[in-house]
Design a protein around this ligand. Sequence first.
Ligand code: MG
Ligand code: MG
Length: 315
Amino acid sequence: MAAKNQKRTVTLIGAPTDIGAAQRGSSMSPDALRVAEIDLTLRRLGLEVIDSGNLAGPPNPRAKAQDGYRHLAEATAWCRSLESAVTEALHGGTVPVVMGGDHCLAIGSIAAIARFCAEERRPLSILWFDAHADFNTPATSPSGNLHGMPVAILCGDGPPELTALGAGPPIIDAGQVIQIGIRSVDHVEKLAVSESGLTVYDMRTIDEHGMFAVMEEALAKVSARGGHLHVSFDVDFLDPAIAPGVGTTVFGGPTYRESQLAMEMIYDSGLLASLDIMELNPALDLHNQTAELVFELVASLFGEQILSRHTTSFN
Ligand code: MG
Ligand code: MG
């Protein structure tokens, strides 16, 4: 079980801000995950763990959108700070685990990872677990909340302050992104997604083919490309019946076992090199239930298994 983790070091990076979200509270997520003892579990799985603490950044001014974006200057400051921290973790030879915060922070973490991969001449693939495509622009998002826009911005459609992070624009190509669990796409956003070049396994696909087949195909694409796998995990990917602690719940998401299976298969692939955990909102959670679930999923991503050895011919 520990073989894939031997000599691997994880750097935990807290990014406590809800600057890009409609709902306040995801800023408390890093500490909720620490309360769930994420560090001890990762150590038990054979990893070295460095907790680099929480980043600092501007407070949430709770202002209205200006020129199509809410809190652009503040979000840019947070993303720049996170980009530096993730770059440092990667140059140190460790696996960055970003504990957000809202999902606009993925612009900062993926900017760092994309630049690092370009320098190392390693292909980068991103598995984006989410209920939402996060492919909005000001033209499709009246609210201007940046947590609905990170994939569009990463692919070069957004404000220059953010699209130029890392080695952008664009920071990445849409063909590098595989989305899983999508079930809420705004009307105009649908057209943009279908023309984007993103690979999308929506909930209908998961319903029809099952999580195993979907993950098998997704991981085969990543494996064929080789290189670095980044997982950007928006907690609202999970069905709200098991994960109520998020700001934008959408019914009809994956079950507990479907989610666990996806994480277990990523661990088995041996490809995971960096992780975002985004949108967990302790203010909306019930007795830290969602944080505990996220922590169990992270444990599976890093090698927790039901049994430590195979006992039947199916394994
Ligand atoms: Mg989402
Ligand atoms: Mg998201």
